[in-house]
Design a protein around this ligand. Sequence first.
Ligand SMILES: NC(=O)c1ccc[n+]([C@@H]2O[C@H](COP(=O)([O-])OP(=O)(O)OC[C@H]3O[C@@H](n4cnc5c(N)ncnc54)[C@H](OP(=O)(O)O)[C@@H]3O)[C@@H](O)[C@H]2O)c1
Length: 216
Amino acid sequence: MSTITVVGGTGYAGSAIVREAASRGHEVVSFSRSVPAEEARVDGVRYETGSMLDAEARLRAVTGSDVVVSSLSPRGELDGRIVEADLALAALAAEHGVRFGVVGGYSSLRLEEGGPRQADTDQLPPEFASEAKQMNEVLELLGGTDDSLDWFFVSPAQLFGAYAPGEARGEYRTGGDRAFTDAEGVSAVSGQDFALAIVDEIDTPKHRRAHFSVAY
Ligand SMILES: NC(=O)c1ccc[n+]([C@@H]2O[C@H](COP(=O)([O-])OP(=O)(O)OC[C@H]3O[C@@H](n4cnc5c(N)ncnc54)[C@H](OP(=O)(O)O)[C@@H]3O)[C@@H](O)[C@H]2O)c1
């Protein structure tokens, strides 16, 4: 059993991850600025509050954890400041010997072998461009850290998010930094199946200091 802290554990991806981790008997802590309503809380999860823009809250989030997963999004007060928050968490994780995972975006994937990451091109839907570029910067900076940080960065499928929750199938596939699709040419994954992949990675690490993708 591990102690897993999910910062942004009340959001779309984060809440699916805390639910899956708690169901496997891990000790799970969620950090966000507000605690969800009683009916939205997951049994067994400890809900802590604090902003990841605050150094004291970041220290509380990392201390005592085996793994910290950042499922923050570059929206609201984190728009323009996600890099600062995630990199500060990463530095603390390295210092405390804690594994650090980041839920990023589809746009950090390469659409063709040897090609650029989508976030580095002008082929981004304008409504996602800023978010995509900020999360891609987090990935690039993680790639530049030294071996004292055990990190992973996950890109979900293209069809993933609160607007496309999907259903639990109990399956998923992982890939490297190149986007892939199912037999119908669709890149999708539900929140629950994405969470399976994240907690499987925590239970049995296969991607150390690496970027990987999750889709059907
Ligand atoms: N297809 C795709 O590529 C795709 C689609 C969706 C999401 N994503 C990525 O997945 C990641 C997670 O996105 P999401 O949609 O799950 O996010 P979300 O639903 O917006 O959740 C964000 C979480 O962060 C918390 N939060 C916000 N500001 C905070 C702060 N300053 N300090 C601490 N906690 C804070 C929120 O709770 P409070 O507001 O209570 O603090 C919430 O728990 C992002 O990197 C996003 O880009 C990718």
